[in-house]
Design a protein around this ligand. Sequence first.
Ligand SMILES: NC(=O)c1ccc[n+]([C@@H]2O[C@H](COP(=O)([O-])OP(=O)(O)OC[C@H]3O[C@@H](n4cnc5c(N)ncnc54)[C@H](O)[C@@H]3O)[C@@H](O)[C@H]2O)c1
Length: 395
Amino acid sequence: MTDTARTQAPRLRVGIVGCGNISRNHIEAYAAIEGTEVVGVCDVDTARVRQTAATWQIPHAVDSAAALLDLGLDIISVCTPHPTHEAVVLQAAAAGVHVLCEKPISVDLTAARNMVEACENHGVALGVLFQRRFWPAAAALRAAIDDGTLGRPVMGQVSVLLQRDPEYYRADAWRGTWANDGGGVLMTQAIHYIDLLQWYLGEVAEVYGAVNTFKHGDYIEVEDSASAVLKFTSGALATLNASTAASPSLGVQIRITGSTGATAELSEFPEGTDGRLTIAADGASAAEAPARITAGANVDLAAINEALIPHHRAQIEDFVDAVRGGGIPAVTGRDGTNALRILLAVYESARTGQPVRFAPFPAGVAVPPARSGTAAETNEPSPPAEVRPEIRANK
Ligand SMILES: NC(=O)c1ccc[n+]([C@@H]2O[C@H](COP(=O)([O-])OP(=O)(O)OC[C@H]3O[C@@H](n4cnc5c(N)ncnc54)[C@H](O)[C@@H]3O)[C@@H](O)[C@H]2O)c1
């Protein structure tokens, strides 16, 4: 929708719940979008909500979602800690207000499904914030799949090597706990890239994963590192490695290889900055040199959130247009639920030691034959190093 069309349409009244770190991205976005007005903000911290209203000259500062909804809203942005999303979304849906919810949609799959169902039943749009889909480079990668440059996507690799310091986890009491944060690097950081993976490779059939805590164990109970293998219903395969125990941060790299043999790499470095796309294809030169990794790549949270503002704006603009046009937002509550389901499957697999299956994985041409005397049949320890033949040969 053009700015002129937005100006001519009736103004949309917006409320923001939660006035913490990420609320600025929402407030600035609506302020910049023609035809939307943030009429109220809400936070259980009354000093914080008053301060936010004063900073942005927002007419109403209230301390409950119910009071915010009483202002008569068209759209509500949910920027509270994850476990509180469900209650706000259900209230908003019942009030007939369209909802844009920060990621993760929830920490609980049943809650996420309730939220999707409530919004569908009440005929309101539900969008979930995955603003990295709105990087021009992320959209260009999607286009390289759609226009056949990559062919059918067959392999994905995601590397999320980020740095967080103890203060990040200590700043907010809800961070780093299973009850309130719902998880660690998977739930809070990697979920963005899990969403990109599902956008590129489609429906996940099976997940096998493991988690551990290597650096932050003194002050968090959730994982700071995770690895997973994902199989897709298309037959595609992917691996994911994610950690907040790296320093310096190496940012994020997502590689998608297609059936043409071409590989696209999306790189976010430093964390929070626009993704950059490199495509390696036979007969074509790389679009752009890969990012050079240097020391000094650790970025503080405020800088990361600030760098995300243009992409929040792009997604919020898409959501506003969907509300105005009665369409479907680019990232829906169902997308948010699917991303959550994938990461919860990594936790389940880590707990049980077994893969989690959602759907059949098509038998490929490369089915390994059964062998006798395989590792799976025996729990015998590896032979000691000194009797390993290859080590002897090196002496
Ligand atoms: N899309 C992104 O890249 C991105 C980045 C950062 C945070 N987030 C998400 O945004 C959400 C908030 O994160 P944050 O870093 O801004 O958190 P925060 O702790 O800085 O702010 C949360 C605010 O919500 C308030 N609050 C808590 N419960 C409330 C309730 N029931 N009603 C009203 N207010 C309530 C708190 O007082 C606090 O001011 C999280 O779900 C987080 O994952 C997304």
